[in-house]
Design a binder for this molecule. Structure first.
Ligand SMILES: O=c1[nH]cnc2c1ncn2[C@@H]1O[C@H](CO)[C@@H](O)[C@H]1O
Length: 475
């Protein structure tokens, strides 16, 4: 038996050495990992199927109050967030306090849409001033609760088929874009969500964003330069308080556009990159994968990127969505995003069914931006215990954990994703640290910035471990 146990230990070491790829863990971290696993096992024993299958508000209230793992994860250093959509990160409490009853906010009850208008004469038909409507309401708390429900995906919104969930989700996105993109609101909106991520332990963000969506008092779009200056001002304000924090934009286009539009937009993105090299890091195409153009349909535009880069004199790498789908016959986007040279892949969940591609991604170190809560809310994974993230990690594929559209899923930051996926797929402390490490390693930070970010993170992990052990959460 002794021999067998020795063989077993060597085998385990062989497997984990490949997985952690040179990341060392201190004795304090080894102890932390053991304790984390124990607590995870005992908390999981109290949950039944419904917990893993339903990311419901009811469950959330319960674990936010009771789970030691959740409390620990809230304090955990997270590294970088590599996958969010910048218009999908609204802090709902902030909106209720600052924008919902702002004098220029109007609401269309029939479509549940909020919109900025300069004054009542300019308001489109069907839109009423929300502040005035609230004044008329007899039960203000009830009125607030109804408004709040319009802002993120509710349980009842999810009572639709897989085919229809995106419609409910996109409706929410559209319902606030007419308010948050107003030139005076957008910087405040953005500052608030960045601060939320910083509070949640995030030190770097690469956020997907459209070019030229912000608008002025008369409803006209600002120029790309004005928009970029506005974002830079927000970042400077944040940096004054949090000097270690870094941020870049991934410019995103829409898959519903035709090829000519995509080509023009790529050109705009390259010009923007040329003028704001520090601010823009990559390019992507978004929207529901199975409902709009496939990557092969968009390829006539996308393959021109190299030529355009040479012409404009600047580089803009691709970071594409891919594999956010349950189809493997009619959706072959994963092949194309790899052939087109994507540096990372947004989601990649159905890679679990493409073993050859998985091997390639592993060898080429194409990091996956996994978004666990999003995958469940948008009905790609019914039971979070079956999320393939752990298979990817254990196979040595590079993975990071991200929130995608936290505002519309009803939370701020990325703790919810770390918690839900750790709880569901039994990721331990070492797994989570590995994901945080990957998020820095496969970001667009320079080598020096990565080194500084990693040093900052390493310090925070040691402090966290000490706190985790001393606070004796299991007793
Ligand atoms: O998970 C996702 N996959 C693909 N596109 C997404 C996802 N989440 C949001 N968007 C897209 O991003 C835009 C808002 O910034 C929306 O067009 C939405 O379709």
């Amino acid at each position: 038996m002794e021999d067998y146990l020795k063989k077993r230990q060597d085998f385990e070491r062989e497997i984990t050495t490949a997985k952690y790829n040179g990341i060392a863990f201190t004795p304090l971290e080894e102890e932390t990992n053991k304790l984390y696993r124990q607590i995870l096992i005992s908390e999981r024993a109290t949950k039944d199927d419904s917990f893993y299958k339903g990311y419901t508000l009811k469950h959330r209230e319960q674990f936010e109050k009771e789970s030691h793992i959740f409390k620990a994860i809230q304090k955990l250093p997270k590294g970088a967030v590599l996958h969010i959509h910048t218009d999908c990160c609204m802090d709902i409490d902030w909106f209720m306090e600052e924008l919902a009853y702002h004098e220029n906010t109007y609401f269309n009850q029939e479509t549940s849409t909020f919109k900025y208008f300069q004054n009542a004469e300019k308001a489109e038909s069907g839109f009423k001033n929300l502040r005035q409507e609230r004044e008329k309401a007899s039960d203000k708390a009830q009125f607030d609760a109804e408004i709040r429900k319009c802002l993120f995906v509710q349980e009842e919104d999810r009572m639709v088929s897989k085919e229809n969930i995106w419609k409910a989700f996109e409706k929410k996105i559209m319902s606030i874009s007419g308010v948050i993109y107003f030139r005076e609101h957008f910087p405040r909106y953005m500052k608030r969500y960045l601060e939320n991520f910083i509070k949640d332990g995030v030190i770097h963000i690469e956020a997907r964003a459209f070019l030229g969506f912000t608008f002025n008092e008369d409803g006209f779009n600002l120029s790309v330069n004005e928009e970029m200056d506005m974002i830079s001002t927000v970042l400077n304000e944040i940096k004054a308080e949090h000097p270690y924090f870094t941020f870049q934009l991934i410019i995103q286009g829409l898959k519903m556009w035709d090829v000519n539009q995509v080509e023009q937009y790529m050109r705009d993105a390259l010009i923007a990159k040329k003028h704001h090299p520090e601010l823009i890091c990559a390019f992507d195409m978004v929207q529901e994968e199975d409902a709009f153009k496939t990557m092969i349909e968009l390829a006539p535009a996308l393959i021109k990127m190299k030529e355009m880069q040479a012409e404009i004199g600047v580089e803009l790498p691709f970071v594409f969505h891919g594999g956010e789908s349950l189809h493997t016959l009619k959706n072959t986007n994963l092949f194309d995003v790899l052939l087109l040279g994507t540096k990372r892949i947004g989601h990649g969940i159905n890679l679990s069914q493409h073993s050859y591609l998985l091997e390639k991604i592993k060898n080429d170190e194409v990091c996956l931006e996994i978004c666990p809560v999003s995958n469940q809310i948008l009905k790609y994974i019914d039971d979070i215990r079956l999320h393939p993230i752990k298979t990817f990690l254990n196979y040595g594929v590079k993975v990071s954990i991200n929130p995608d559209d936290p505002g519309f899923f009803g939370y701020n930051g990325v703790s919810m994703d770390f918690f839900f996926v750790s709880f569901g797929t039994q990721l331990d402390y070492k797994d989570l640290k590995l994901c945080a490490y990957n998020s820095i390693q496969y970001s667009f930070l320079s080598d020096d910035q990565k080194k500084a970010a990693w040093e900052e993170l390493e310090k925070r992990f040691q402090v966290w471990c000490k706190w985790f052990i001393e606070s004796n959460l299991s007793s």
